[in-house]
Design a protein around this ligand. Structure first.
Ligand code: PEP
Ligand code: MG
Length: 325
């Protein structure tokens, strides 16, 4: 029985009525890539590249960055690998960068804002990603590499990130890669219909989106709890994001912690999210719940959730799963 259960994790996550959900992984270092496949992950929905910068005493060279990326690509083959450009600052400090102390680092120089301030470093990271894509295409004929920008909150941030990326690509004569953004700042949700026209995909960062929407520090020991991701504001924002993306034929994933909770995962899929990116250890549980439910019921239930007025009410609705069969 244990062997049969073990094999289940390698099977696709398809609901009883045949709706497929991509279940991929969040990883934060090259050694994690092996765990993705071992645990039944279908690719990588979020590579947190901060490890490249946090673990060194100075900025790693393009070659060093390439080595790390190639090690991951070698494990994954042509499976999807979404590389998020450095999301430094806030909860992810890098001591050698000597970023000036700020009173509110979560609201300050972090993510894409920092990449623009240190544009040459941003360009070198992009160069490493494109060099890896060139190498992979040459050695195996295809690549699953994607590029994603963190903390986008304005159209101008997206277009500046895209233009810098495109100029690096053209300099290297590298293949085009899909370009997406994290949806983790409330302003991005509100302009999602504009962003969706231009990006290739969205990935909802529920950790930061919850923090910035509810004005609750994501690591606060007393204030943050699982109920936060069931907040009606979040549920509506996810619905808005999916609607905007769908109107332009784009897909939406969730790579924040919300995706890893089986009950929340059913809510996200019901709202139209097509990819869940979770830590390798959570793949089996998320796949299991998806296989045990009907997509049509998930959609009905998500519509009910959209009518409710409190986190508690939505959480209670999702405590019961029998109605999803
Ligand atoms: C998020 O904010 O939900 C996310 C996935 O990014 P990180 O946790 O790395 O900020
Ligand atoms: Mg984030």
């Amino acid at each position: 029985i244990r062997k049969a259960e073990g094999a289940q994790k390698y099977k696709a996550a398809e609901t009883l009525d045949g709706h497929h959900v991509d279940v991929v992984c969040n990883i934060a270092k090259p050694e994690d890539a092996k765990l993705v496949l071992e645990n039944g992950g279908e690719g990588v929905g979020l590579l947190r590249t901060e490890f490249l910068f946090e673990s060194s005493a100075a900025e790693p060279t393009v070659e060093e960055q390439c080595e790390s990326l190639k090690a991951i690509v070698e494990e994954l083959g042509s499976r999807q690998l979404i590389v998020r450009t450095a999301d430094i600052g806030g909860d992810k400090p890098v001591s050698w960068m000597h970023i000036p102390q700020e009173e509110n680092p979560f609201l300050g120089m972090r993510g894409i804002r920092l990449s623009f301030k240190y544009e040459d470093m941003f360009r070198r990271q992009l160069e490493a990603i494109y060099q890896t894509a060139i190498w992979q295409k040459e050695t195996s004929g295809s690549t699953g590499l994607h590029i994603m920008f963190p903390m986008i909150g304005r159209m101008s941030e997206w277009s500046k990130a895209r233009d810098i990326t495109e100029s690096v690509r053209l300099q290297l004569n590298a293949p085009k890669l899909p370009l997406g953004i994290m949806i983790e700042v409330p302003s991005a949700v509100m302009i999602a219909e504009h962003l969706a026209k231009e990006v290739d995909f969205f990935s909802i960062g529920s950790n930061d989106l919850t923090q910035y929407t509810l004005a609750i520090d994501r690591g606060h020991p007393d204030l943050c709890c699982e109920a936060d991701s069931y907040h009606p504001a979040l549920v509506r924002m996810i619905e808005m994001t999916v609607k905007a993306a769908r109107a332009h034929g784009k897909w939406v994933g969730v790579c924040g912690n919300a995706a890893a909770s089986p009950n929340l995962a059913t809510l996200l899929v019901g709202l139209g999210v097509s990819e869940l990116s979770v830590s390798p250890a959570n793949v089996a549980a998320v796949k299991n719940i998806i296989r045990a439910v009907n997509y049509s019921k998930l959609q009905e239930k998500a519509n009910k959730a959209l009518e409710l007025e409190s986190s508690e009410a939505i959480m209670a609705l999702y405590k019961i799963n029998d109605d999803l069969l």
